[in-house]
Design a protein around this ligand. Sequence first.
Ligand code: PMP
Length: 288
Amino acid sequence: MKIYLDGALVDSADAKISVFDHGLLYGDGVFEGIRLYGGNVFRLEEHLERLEYSAKAILLTLPWTRKQLSDAVCDTCRANGLTDAYIRLVVTRGVGDLGLSPWLCKVPSIFIIADKIALYPAKYYVEGLEIATVATRRMNPSALSPAIKSLNYLNNILAKIEARQAGVLEAIMLNDQGFVAECTGDNIFIVHKGRIYTPAAQQGALKGITRDAVFDIARELAVPMEEHDLTRYDVWNADEVFLSGTGAEVIPVVKVDGRVIGTGQPGPVFARVLESFRRRVLTEGTRI
Ligand code: PMP
């Protein structure tokens, strides 16, 4: 497997970063998870824009143009002969002496991995997932904005551990006011009386690229959709619940905190969203 590392495609065995890299030492860096579908990098421009926003938010100047980043992603896919893959693009603060200051690091590092990923077993796309609310709250935006896709994922990892301990595959994370924020690696949506609702970014949701696609799909399907504060009560009493994320795509949820959602089967609105999503992933984006 070829890995893109600081301007060159190298064998995975040679793709190494320094123990003095601040991405490793302090989680000082940003990343994107991107998908390649049938030779099409889904919404690559939008992912690169979010990467630029994340970098700007942590005062990390990217020394690459949008075009250079886009070419690097496509080159990595081509070099590995891939037409379908999960792509992980990581930018770290770079190598520097010990100490938190980012000014210790002169040049950021970049690496791109293009590989396979299967987040949830296939049967859950048909049968639906069971999820549960966990105690770990989503980070308060005044401490660290959840909109920044940074290398600090411990908040989500702790929630993921709790989900696993509760015997489910994904967790609902609330914000510090008790409103639903999102899941550990996915955005959440409810369908109620024919309308789709999802928490706003201000409530602790990442502005998911797949979430944006769901907004476009809702428009296409003429299903009203809006950002709305959601409580656990709203989720329990929804007609349908589903999640979205680059890894998860769109996946139905049929049980939350022991409450059966709707009929206990993936619902009709979800089915239409899924159908449109599967069509869009092949065309919306950048051909490699
Ligand atoms: N929330 C979190 C915390 C995430 O890490 C992700 C990405 N895996 C998402 C939501 C979904 O975002 P996207 O659709 O851009 O993958």
